[in-house]
Design a protein around this ligand. Structure first.
Ligand SMILES: Nc1nc2c(ncn2[C@@H]2O[C@H](COP(=O)(O)OP(=O)(O)OP(=O)(O)O)[C@@H](O)[C@H]2O)c(=O)[nH]1
Ligand SMILES: *[C@@H]1O[C@H](CO)[C@@H](O)[C@H](O)[C@H]1NC(C)=O
Length: 141
């Protein structure tokens, strides 16, 4: 199931916890799985998200710079973005989903719909992304 999902997915959201170093190690392993299975991995939107960013003042275990070094220095040619987020503070949650649209070139970076991609407009409502529409298409592993 997992292999099939990796083989057919249009995008990946890799989530680690900012409070758990092991979870970042897992993200690197997941990425390797994707790289092994997908020849087109450089074209696939991949969002890397560090959750629970509200806890970092006391419990930070993963530094954004380390993740960013891995992502942008070791793997420079990817269609990817790194974000820290917090469900508790509702910080960057919408941004995580919106990033898929910009990485897929469905939205421009300032949130406007790309006219060349109007057939994808089911996901886009006057420049605002419809998270529930996207969620229906997701498979959580
Ligand atoms: N501080 C903090 N806690 C959170 C956040 N999101 C969820 N939690 C808490 O984390 C616990 C587990 O949340 P779930 O949504 O069930 O997630 P889970 O997959 O079990 O997550 P982990 O506990 O992180 O492994 C609950 O007690 C939530 O209240 C967040 O953004 N910040
Ligand atoms: C945070 O990320 C960890 C590591 O991927 C994951 O196990 C956990 O479910 C996530 N928790 C929340 C609340 O998103």
């Amino acid at each position: 199931m997992r292999r099939l999902s990796i083989a057919t997915a249009h995008a990946f959201l890799l989530v680690y916890s900012t409070t758990c170093l092991e979870s970042f190690t897992s993200v690197k392993c997941y990425f390797e799985e994707i790289r092994e299975q997908r020849q087109d991995f450089q074209e696939i939107p991949i969002v890397v998200a560090g959750n629970k960013s509200d806890m970092t003042s006391h419990h930070r275990a993963v530094h954004l710079e380390d993740v960013s070094e891995w992502l942008y220095c070791e793997l420079p040619k990817l269609r990817t973005k790194l974000l820290e987020c917090s469900a508790k503070d509702n910080y960057n949650i919408r941004e995580v989903f919106r990033t898929f649209l910009t990485l897929s070139k469905i939205l421009t970076t300032n949130g406007e719909e790309n006219s060349l991609k109007r057939r994808s407009s089911a996901y886009v409502n006057k420049g605002k992304c419809d998270v529930s529409q996207i969620r229906k298409k997701c498979l959580f592993l």
